[in-house]
Design a protein around this ligand. Structure first.
Ligand SMILES: [Zn+2]
Ligand SMILES: [Zn+2]
Length: 347
């Protein structure tokens, strides 16, 4: 048996550490000894029962991880015990729908995710299909490697779905881990980056400046929309990334982006809310949402990490054993840290 963090029933809470049987890989799967697992905002949504993705308790939580292959299924080729890896979260997709056939399996309506439907990484071992594996670059440690998944989500949003170019003024709302990963990708693209947050985000805005933000704005202290106009002779930001998942972030974004600009929704709000939607028509905005990631985004994320153009490890503020998950979730929700990593019990 192994210790694992389990969402054991639908509804609010219903999470606990349980003894679970050690998993065995199927013929096309590998078993990975987990070394680090990132706590994601969506794990808190699973805890609070306000996620719209398929969830099938009882299930071991956690979908951001890195580790070492401990066992290889009989039919698996190209992977060996001891390989350092991370893996995509799309544990199963239908393979038949238009999204799947076009390689956009992140939007498959029947997508079932690791940590939601299939057992996840907040445990000693996780089993995944070999086709979802990615090799960790030698210079990327397990903690940094566990953040490949959120980075791949941001690569999909910033580099695959949005056009960011040198000379653009890009505004980002929400300086949490996702916002700070998007920031690094915006800077790697050569654009000018403005990161917006609240007074509670003071330390995160400081981190944003360390990571290359050209300006940070506390939206509770300054008129951020006006500040963007002042920077751009009245035009507004070329591109806006909403990473806070707060309605105020979306409202500010539609205001601050210029006519013919781009607005990309990355954060999840967890509930419907009112928005001045016709600004999209008046400004001829190109608006897109971004959900998860796919193979191409993983490859690009790992390349950026290998070359040191993005630093994921610097975002990790706390590491807890899985048994201290309550404290980890509390620190996360209180925004006392930035990115939190859980490590399995060994020995
Ligand atoms: Zn995640
Ligand atoms: Zn499909």
């Amino acid at each position: 048996m192994v210790k694992a963090l389990v969402k054991y029933a639908p509804g609010e809470g219903n999470v606990e550490v349980r003894d679970m049987p050690e998993p065995t890989p199927g013929p096309h799967q590998v078993k990975i000894a987990v070394h680090a697992g990132g706590v994601c905002g969506s794990d808190l949504h699973i805890y609070h029962n306000d996620i719209k993705l398929a969830l099938e308790p009882p299930v071991i939580m956690g979908h951001e991880f890195a580790g070492v292959i401990a066992e290889v299924g009989a039919e698996v080729t190209g992977w060996r015990v001891g390989d350092r890896v991370t893996a995509e979260t799309a544990a199963s997709v239908c393979g038949e729908c238009v999204s799947c056939r076009a390689g956009n399996y992140n939007t498959c309506a029947q997508k079932k995710l690791t940590g939601y439907v299939y057992h996840g990484c907040f445990a000693n071992y996780v089993v995944v299909d070999a086709k979802r594996l990615h090799r960790l670059p030698d210079n990327v440690d397990f903690v940094a490697g566990a953040l490949t998944e959120p980075l791949a989500c941001c690569v999909h949003a910033v580099l695959e779905l949005t056009r960011v170019a040198a000379g653009d003024i890009v505004a980002i709302s929400g300086p949490g881990p996702i916002g700070l990963l998007c920031l690094q990708l915006v800077k790697a693209s050569g654009a000018y980056a403005v990161v917006c947050g609240t007074s509670q985000d003071a330390a995160r805005l400081e981190m944003a400046r360390r990571l290359g933000a050209d300006q940070t704005l506390n939206v509770q202290q300054v008129d951020a929309v006006q500040a963007l106009r002042d920077m751009t002779r009245g035009e507004g930001a070329d591109v806006f990334f909403e990473c806070s998942g707060a309605p105020a972030g979306a409202r500010i974004g539609l205001e601050m982006v210029r006519r013919l600009g781009q607005y990309t929704q990355v954060g999840l709000f967890g509930r419907p809310f009112e928005l001045d939607f016709e600004l999209i028509a008046y400004k001829e905005l190109r608006v897109t949402g971004s959900l998860g990631q796919k193979y191409s985004a993983w490859q690009r994320a790992l390349a950026l990490m290998a070359r040191g153009q993005v630093n994921t490890g610097v975002l990790v503020s706390h590491t807890f054993p899985i048994t201290a998950w309550r404290e980890a979730f509390r620190v996360f929700e209180a925004k006392e840290g930035l990115k939190i990593v859980l490590t399995p019990m060994r020995g």
